[in-house]
Design a protein around this ligand. Structure first.
Ligand code: NDP
Ligand SMILES: O=C(O)C1=N[C@H](C(=O)O)C[C@H](O)C1
Length: 271
């Protein structure tokens, strides 16, 4: 499978590339960075410390040319919401399938992405967290949301100091899963608390983001009742956890339904 990686020099993109070049059934054919990058034309392998791989870094302003020239099977995007939307528009128009891990999309951006996938009838796996453990965590909290239906829920996440979006995409997905299961709108979320906020309502779900150091990604969902609480915690020790899921998502693409966004539940057979 021919792969183009967007965000090639980033924390995730570079680790994805280090993995892809070792896989027998995958070939790295493109490494895309920010538009007008000063790394333009440099070998991606030399830049990320794995030696010459024969693929030049190109700015996203050349994405169309790269896709036309290399005709990849999948474009993998781990960038920023604005960058990802532009990359997705370009790739989908050219019939290139997608694996997207970028987080922080707003509702309008998600709608644009859904339209791109549907109108161009491409295949896509999009998930805020590609780790196998997190996707099992999602399944468990969905069950607990109804098993402990009258328990208060609070969501806490912790990430490294460089993360730009908050709360994490994973925390927002956890909120969505619990709200859907309990038949509530996501507007019940309370993002942090300060001051005389009054007693907690039954409805609200607190969402709290911690930032600091090099934390790879921790997520906790607390179900709090009278006299007890149940906490479900996932801790990523290494970004390799996410990359293992990315490789599975790339391989799943040929089985994915065209015109529809698949997620890691589909990839991992958790439906
Ligand atoms: N789904 C999952 O499992 C996971 C998702 N993520 C998400 O992935 C995203 C990236 O995270 P991370 O790797 O830590 O971030 P980084 O900031 O390390 O990497 C992003 C890279 O994208 C580059 N970039 C910016 N604009 C473009 C563009 N238009 N086209 C191509 N590349 C571009 C940046 O370049 P420059 O710095 O020059 O701007 C940077 O090198 C985040 O949204 C994060 O939340 C992270 C981990 C796991
Ligand atoms: O930015 C990160 O690092 C991560 N982002 C994802 C998110 O926002 O949920 C997934 C993971 O926790 C790491």
């Amino acid at each position: 499978m021919k792969i183009v990686v967007c965000g090639a020099c980033g924390r995730m993109g570079s680790l994805i590339i280090k993995n892809v070049v070792k896989e027998k059934d995958m070939e790295l054919v493109g490494a895309i960075e920010a538009p007008n990058t000063e790394l333009e034309g440099k070998d991606i392998g030399e830049t990320i410390g794995i030696g010459h791989v024969g693929v030049k870094i190109r700015g996203a302003n050349f994405l169309k040319e790269v896709l036309k020239d290399k005709d990849p099977d999948v474009l993998v995007d781990f960038t920023t919401p604005n960058a990802a939307v532009e990359n997705i528009k370009t790739a989908s128009k050219m019939g290139v399938n997608l694996v997207v891990g970028t987080t922080g999309f707003n509702e309008e951006q998600m709608k644009i992405i859904e339209d791109c996938v549907e109108k161009n009838n491409i295949k896509a796996v999009i998930s805020p967290n590609m780790a196998v453990g997190v996707n099992v965590f999602f399944k468990i909290i969905e069950d607990l949301a109804s098993l402990l239906e009258d328990y208060d829920v609070e969501i806490i996440e912790a990430h490294h100091r460089h993360k730009v979006d908050a709360p994490s995409g994973t925390a927002m997905k956890a909120l969505e899963i619990i709200c859907d299961k309990r038949g509530k709108s996501k507007d019940v979320a309370v993002y942090g608390r300060k001051g005389i906020v009054g007693e907690r309502s039954d409805e609200e779900i607190g969402v709290h983001a911690i930032r600091g150091g090099d934390v790879v990604g921790d997520h906790t969902v607390m179900f709090l009742g009278n006299g007890e609480r149940l906490e479900i915690i996932h801790r990523a020790h290494s970004r390799q956890a996410f990359v293992n899921g990315v490789l599975r998502a790339i391989r799943y693409i040929k089985h994915a339904k065209p015109g529809k966004i698949s997620d890691m539940k589909d990839v991992l057979g958790l439906r």
